[in-house]
Design a binder for this molecule. Sequence first.
Ligand SMILES: C[S@@+](CC[C@H](N)C(=O)[O-])C[C@H]1O[C@@H](n2cnc3c(N)ncnc32)[C@H](O)[C@@H]1O
Length: 319
Amino acid sequence: MNAVNHLFQDEDVAIEENLIRVSSNSAFTNQEQTNQVFSEKWGEVNKEEEDVEKMIDMQLKWYLKLYGFSSNDDLAAFLCRQNVILDAGCGLGYKAAWFATLAPDSTVIGMDFSEAAILAANRYKHIKNLFFVRGDIANTPLKKGSIGYVSCDQVIHHTEKPAETFKHLASLLAPGGELACYVYAKKALPRELVDDYFREYSKKLTHQQLWELSEQLTELGKNLTKLKASFHCPDIPALGIKGGEYDVQRFLYWNFLKCFWREDSSDKLSVATNFDWYAPSNAARYSLEEFNQWGIDNKLEKVFSHSEEACHTGRFKKK
Ligand SMILES: C[S@@+](CC[C@H](N)C(=O)[O-])C[C@H]1O[C@@H](n2cnc3c(N)ncnc32)[C@H](O)[C@@H]1O
């Protein structure tokens, strides 16, 4: 028997090496479109190994900060206490691979609804305690109460009904288990309005047009950053704009339009980040109160909380 069969409700799951196949279609048009654009995004990013390495380096450091781990060793000590770990919405699978390497005696499952799950399974065949599933994290075939740590990083807002997804993931936790979760934060009013409008509009665009749009936004972000100009903005509470000293690009970015560009990233990764923002139909944003309510509704204790302009994150523990 394979090391993971017993974790599934139907122990007769089809496993090909490290890839477990369940249903890979959604009944919801927006989720299906979201899956397609993420298949497209990860397919592109996966082509450039140098970009993947840059992304991994940046993302792993950020992960420690987002979830309150002081170092790799601190995370490793925590993970080694978990028998089973789920990376819910694993993308290319590099965080699942990181967990599996830090906790070699634990079983790690990475799950994604897009073709990224297959790319991840190919990428990390050599890690023996790591498995991937292509399927919906809102309705997994995993047994309830079977998982010590569920990490749902930068994903839940892309699912069809995020609060329901949170409930489902919470139901998978074993007693004492933790769910680490990230949601997009609500931003200033002009940015929220543009985002909502643009995301509707972008449904009419082809993937090619979405990439072109993302390239244009990246060039805008780059040119604005290169101005190296800053100014003072007053508090404008009616628009949700916080006063203070701003770099011009950051001011536009947080308050009006996502035009991502980072010097320490490659242009291609910046384009992929902009694509990732306007292309998926599902991309909900939340206030901290709304996010905390999920924990309360599911009788989970929030044992770590962090907020920054982009997001709210937390670790929620099952008593
Ligand atoms: C921004 S990416 C984050 C990926 C990864 N967690 C990371 O940090 O690199 C969001 C991922 O969520 C996945 N996703 C969206 N909805 C999903 C769902 N209902 N079930 C499983 N995965 C989903 C997408 O396919 C995509 O790979």
